[in-house]
Structures are given as structure tokens and as C-alpha cells.
Design a protein around this ligand. Structure first.
Ligand SMILES: NC(=O)c1ccc[n+]([C@@H]2O[C@H](COP(=O)([O-])OP(=O)(O)OC[C@H]3O[C@@H](n4cnc5c(N)ncnc54)[C@H](O)[C@@H]3O)[C@@H](O)[C@H]2O)c1
Ligand SMILES: O=P(O)(O)OC[C@@H](O)[C@@H](O)[C@H](O)[C@H](O)CO
Length: 401
């Protein structure tokens, strides 16, 4: 959407495993509909910035694109779990990026900007570190080329974009007359913040509202703690009370009160000025409550083992260092324990975590798998265990959603 602001640029898009989406996009000449759903009537825009779409398995094409000096920027949206480096170094997104950079280095070594768009603190640094680990056994000349020519840009992407539902295609076609098989539904709000260098230039994304800043840390903290932290809380507590979407969960008295309590706790440790945080929080409640967006909690519940450490634990640690034990992080951890015990778990560490969650002394063992220091916090572990019982009782008394 931001790239449509600069018709000089186009996107060669690659999926990871999905072969259907590139096929559909190719049939549609790369066009897709952005369906904006808020509390009023839906609106639609056609996005024309994808020049080509390829399945991730099209390795020859991928290497040729990455080798080309016409390619100046590589963005990645691969989920938090996508930054893991496999023990044998193969088959991951990081491995594919490394192969692409190798091809680029061999083809003359034009510089490039890598722009991760996933919800991770310091996502540019996370990518730099993951690539560094994957490249540990590479030729030293290639490794120093990476250091000197690859720029790692930090970003914060803020726009609630749930998985597309069937009726979204119907609504999109009614609004545009274009029979789109790959529409994307989103909220009207959008914010994209970036910090870093683009050695070969970039699209003028600022013309569509992107903001380039020197330091992202405070914005990142605000977004990851207040928005994604609350989403994580709702994704684990909501389903224990019969809620299936974010808007349902923030209308239910128990998760609604916990969300407010989480925001009170997290804002005590956030760096931006209080008025800014209060405004963001107020807007968030409106965004979460929007009836236009049906954001499934199951989608948000995936990958808790990488999300909880980034969104919940920094605040919990800051509170524990002041001898406080706030309710909302305890509720999130208890909800996660119930999730691991009772539900279909989508997480790269699912086997290990599900087995720990079903063992004796589960709370201590699951929490220590997240952070070894938590294993010694008896007060926290007891509170999480008690909260599991509390949530189960609350479920029995829960109003229907
Ligand atoms: N959807 C949103 O509201 C939103 C907003 C801001 C940021 N984000 C970020 O974008 C990410 C993707 O969200 P989405 O809604 O597009 O999800 P999605 O499930 O629609 O897409 C995830 C993509 O990541 C790929 N992927 C999954 N696991 C991978 C792995 N291990 N290695 C490489 N690729 C992998 C999938 O193939 C898919 O193409 C989120 O994890 C989040 O960090 C999402
Ligand atoms: O998989 P996650 O938790 O990183 O993402 C799910 C949502 O919390 C997330 O996509 C938000 O909607 C998004 O971050 C809003 O900007």
C-alpha cells in the first residue's frame, strides 16, 4: 500500500511455503484489493505495487532477483518465529536470505537494505544477528561484505490486518467490480515507522504516510507492549471465557478489565510521555472494539513462546524488581498454560511446551522454559497456578459472548 505512492518502484513478492497466493496474484496481474473496515461503511482501494509474485520454492528466480542491483530493498514479513536459525542451517527464511546475499556478493556486491516488518523488538538487529549466526561458517570475505554493504532497518508496523474471511471477497467485488481472489482486509488506522539507511535508495513511502525517525525504541515499546501485549493477553484469556475474536473479548467484562489493568501496568514502565500513551491507549480501545474487523484470537495465539518474552516479560520483570505482582501478566501466563494444555498449539516449540504444560509442576516448568530466572520466583508460580483455577471458575460464571 505504501509503495503505491511511488510508481517508479515495484515489488517482486515471494511467499515462504504458500504456492496458491502467488498463482492467484499472477492471474490478477499482481493487483489486489485493500478492504478497509471500520465502524462505518467499508471502503476499497486497489493496490498495484506488486509487479511479480512467486512461490518461495522458485529458487532460481529468487537468487537472480537478489543478485540484481535493480533490487534495492528486501522487506520480510515472516512472523516472529521466522527469525529462528535451524540447527543444520537449512530450510529457514534466514537461510534463503543468506543464499540471496551470497548470489548478490558474487554478482558484484551492490549494497542492499533489509527491512523486517515483524513485531519483534529491534527487528533490524534481530535479523542482523540471525544472519550473522547463519553465516558463521561462510567465507570471511563474504562476511565482511555483509557487514559493510547490508543495511538492517528497524521498523514498527501498526495496522490490524486479520486473515481474510470469505465475505470479504464478496464485499470487495461489490465495491470495486473487480473479482479479487486475494483481497486483504484491514482497519483504517495505519502507522509505519522506520529507522536505518537505504544505500541504493527506496520508494518515497513518506508520501503515503510512513515516518523515518532516528530512534524507534520508544515507539516500538509503546506498540509491542500496549497493542501486541494486550492482543497476547486477550488471545490466551479470551478463549477460556468463550470469546473468539478481539472485539468480543474487549466487550467481555473479565478480559476488558484485564486489558485496562495491563495498560495501567505497562504504561508505568513505558518511555513516551504520559499524554502520548493515554492517546494511544484510547485509540487502541476503539480499534480493538471495531465491529468491522473480526480478528480471530486463534491467529494471535500462535507462537506464544517468542511473543510473551518480547511483550509481557519485560514489564513483568520491571514489576517484580519492585516486589509487585500485577494481575494482567499473571492472567496472560495462566491463559497461556491453559492454551498449551487444552488447545491446538501452533508454536515452533509446541512439542516441548505442551508436554511441560501437562506435567506435574507445570507452571514452574513452562515458565522456566521461557526464562530460567522465572523458575525461582515461587510467588509468581503460585499466582499463575491460582489464576488457572480462577479463570476456570470465571469460565463457569461467564456471560455468553
Ligand atoms: N496482521 C497484522 O495485523 C500485522 C500487523 C503488523 C505486523 N504484523 C506482523 O506480520 C507478521 C505476519 O502477519 P500476517 O498477518 O501477515 O500473518 P500471515 O499468517 O498472514 O502470514 C505469515 C507469513 O509468514 C510466513 N511464515 C510463517 N512461518 C514462517 C517461518 N517459520 N519462516 C518463514 N516464513 C514463515 C507464512 O508463510 C506467511 O506468508 C506477524 O507475525 C506480525 O509480526 C502483522
Ligand atoms: O502474530 P502477532 O501477535 O505478532 O500479530 C497478531 C496481531 O497482534 C498483530 O498482527 C496486530 O494486529 C498488529 O501488530 C497491529 O499492528
Amino acid at each position: 500500500m505504501y509503495t503505491t505512492a511511488d510508481p517508479e518502484w515495484g515489488i517482486a513478492a515471494y511467499t515462504f511455503r504458500n504456492t496458491e497466493l502467488p498463482r492467484l496474484l499472477t492471474e490478477q496481474d499482481g493487483l489486489y484489493t485493500l478492504l478497509l473496515r471500520g465502524n462505518g461503511a467499508p471502503r476499497a482501494e486497489i493496490v498495484d505495487s506488486i509487479s511479480r509474485a512467486h512461490p518461495g520454492g522458485d529458487t532460481g528466480r529468487w537468487l537472480a532477483d537478489l543478485a540484481s542491483p535493480d533490487v534495492a530493498v528486501l522487506t520480510l514479513t515472516i512472523t516472529e518465529a521466522g527469525y529462528r536459525v535451524a540447527a543444520d542451517g537449512t530450510g529457514t527464511a534466514i537461510d534463503r536470505v543468506l543464499a540471496g546475499l551470497r548470489a548478490r556478493h558474487r554478482a558484484g556486491g551492490a549494497p542492499i537494505a533489509l527491512v523486517p516488518c515483524d513485531n519483534l523488538p529491534g527487528n533490524g538487529g534481530v535479523l542482523r544477528e540471525a544472519l550473522g549466526r547463519a553465516a558463521a561458517n561462510e567465507d570471511p570475505g563474504f562476511r565482511s561484505w555483509i557487514e559493510e554493504n547490508v543495511s538492517f532497518v528497524d521498523t514498527v508496523v501498526d495496522r490490524i490486518t486479520p486473515a481474510t474471511a470469505e465475505d470479504d471477497s464478496v464485499t470487495a467485488a461489490e465495491l470495486t467490480g473487480f473479482d479479487d481472489h486475494a483481497p486483504v482486509v484491514t482497519e483504517p488506522f495505519n502507522e509505519w515507522l522506520l529507522a536505518g539507511d537505504f544505500p541504493l535508495g527506496r520508494p518515497s513511502w513518506e508520501h503515503a504516510g510512513a515516518r523515518f525517525v532516528d530512534d524507534l525504541a520508544a515507539y516500538e515499546q509503546r506498540k509491542l507492549w500496549l497493542l501486541n501485549g494486550a492482543h497476547t493477553l486477550l488471545a490466551y484469556v479470551g478463549p477460556t471465557l468463550g470469546c473468539t475474536t478481539v472485539d468480543e473479548a474487549v466487550r467481555h467484562p473479565v478480559p476488558a478489565a484485564l486489558t485496562e489493568s495491563w495498560w495501567d501496568t505497562a504504561t508505568r514502565h513505558a518511555s513516551l510521555p504520559a499524554e502520548d500513551l493515554a492517546g494511544y491507549r484510547e485509540r487502541l480501545l476503539r480499534r480493538f472494539s471495531s465491529r468491522g474487523i473480526r480478528h480471530n484470537l486463534v491467529q494471535i495465539a500462535a507462537g506464544g513462546s517468542s511473543k510473551i518474552p518480547a511483550r509481557i516479560l519485560p514489564v513483568l520483570r520491571a514489576e517484580r524488581s519492585r516486589q509487585r505482582l500485577p494481575e494482567a501478566p499473571v492472567a496472560t501466563l495462566a491463559g497461556w498454560l491453559i492454551h498449551l494444555r487444552d488447545r491446538q498449539v501452533d508454536d515452533p516449540r509446541a512439542d516441548e511446551l505442551v508436554s511441560l504444560a501437562r506435567s506435574d509442576d507445570a507452571a514452574r516448568r513452562v515458565l522456566s522454559a521461557l526464562d530460567a530466572d522465572l523458575a525461582d520466583d515461587r510467588e509468581l508460580i503460585t499466582a499463575v497456578d491460582d489464576y488457572v483455577d480462577h479463570l476456570r471458575h470465571a469460565a463457569d460464571r461467564s456471560p455468553s459472548t
